[in-house]
Write a protein that binds this ligand. Sequence first.
Ligand SMILES: [Zn+2]
Ligand SMILES: [Zn+2]
Length: 88
Amino acid sequence: MEKDTAAAATRVCRRCKAKYSPSGNTPQSCRFHPSYFVCRRHDDQKRYYELKEGDPPYAAKFYDCCGAEDPATAGCATGFHLSYDDPE
Ligand SMILES: [Zn+2]
Ligand SMILES: [Zn+2]
């Protein structure tokens, strides 16, 4: 009977899905978007995805927090990683 101690020491962050060890978790460890990637025009209409000809209307997609239009954009906020075990 072998216990995987390495796996036990590593957690998965529920925000960025990265593996981390609690001992190395700092306020800068996690980069994430505090809001969701949504699919509509920006409320303020100042920044929005320029629909090109032939684009479906739902092509307007961006992060609700910072307006980044690429889902792969690095997070606009930093904080501690949050495991699935931690309270909100
Ligand atoms: Zn953001
Ligand atoms: Zn994280």
